[in-house]
Design a binder for this molecule. Structure first.
Ligand code: AMP
Length: 174
């Protein structure tokens, strides 16, 4: 089995969470297994060893796990992209539509320098709305989005189409 196959096999599928009809892809078994978690971070490290990224923006909340480990490994600064109301300092905000209603993401206004090249990282790409709002937030902060990466992509939801303006990478495809 390849590392990617081992990672894929470890993802637990939970039906009807958080609501009926959703098949939730639970990545916590990967976090719980040191060798697997390391192999997930290895994939992103290999991709970005020479990509020129200067910061990693992790998306609230599961993106934080992967972003923090990758930043420690690569010696890069971490920027949390959080749900509105959680960050204490001055923020930029970006609203986006969910299936029902809308949500707002925020980032600290002083999180980026002008010439930062930012990797946006989250655990999973579904419809792409969260990642698109995150990219727009980084542009509001005058930084450049280098790539948007996920550990897992749900291909049948076509989130990549929403992110067509960006370079997208996700090693595990369902
Ligand atoms: P989206 O904006 O539709 O791409 O949703 C992405 C966010 O929702 C990510 O932060 C995912 O962690 C979470 N998410 C959406 N659908 C699922 C799913 N089926 N399994 C696990 N996480 C999901």
């Amino acid at each position: 089995m390849s590392d990617v196959e081992r990672l894929k096999a470890a993802i637990r599928e939970v039906p009807d969470f958080p609501e009926p009809g959703i098949l939730f892809k639970d990545i916590t078994p990967i976090l719980n297994d040191p060798a697997l978690f390391r192999s997930a971070i290895d994939i992103f490290e290999a991709r970005h060893r020479n990509s020129g990224i200067t910061k990693v923006a992790g998306i609230d909340a599961r993106g934080f796990f992967f972003a923090a480990a990758l930043c420690d490994r690569m010696g890069l600064g971490l920027v949390p992209i959080r749900k509105k109301g959680k960050l204490p300092f001055e923020t930029f905000e970006q609203s986006y539509d969910l299936e029902y209603g809308s949500s707002t993401l925020a980032v600290h206004q002083d999180a980026f320098a002008r010439n930062d090249r930012v990797l946006i990282l989250d655990d999973l790409l579904a419809t792409g709305g969260t990642a698109l709002a995150s990219a727009e937030l980084i542009q509001k902060a005058d930084a450049e989005v280098s790539e948007i990466n996920f550990l897992v992509e749900l291909g049948f939801l076509s989130g990549r189409e929403k992110l067509a303006a960006y370079d997208v990478f996700a090693p595990i495809l369902f």
